[in-house]
Write a new protein. Sequence first.
Length: 89
Amino acid sequence: EAMSGGGVSVAALNDLIDVIGYDRKRGMPILRPDGGQLVAFLPCPKECEIQDLLPSEERLAAAGLQLQKKREQRLNNAISRWVLSFSSI
């Protein structure tokens, strides 16, 4: 899977979402199925767009998650940290 900029953080977020989807499929959801929340922080270098680093719609659907909010927190001129809030659906 191609990753730009976020590297390890993007892979870790995708791995977490995959595990949530796997456990949901097994009938043992990590998050409460109707309204559980997941909050994640994702670094985004200046040369990247946050949209390019977000999990795919397919990955989110498999985990039963929907992106609710995203908010940028500028750390310096080179990088921002994005706060991502997902809801279980």
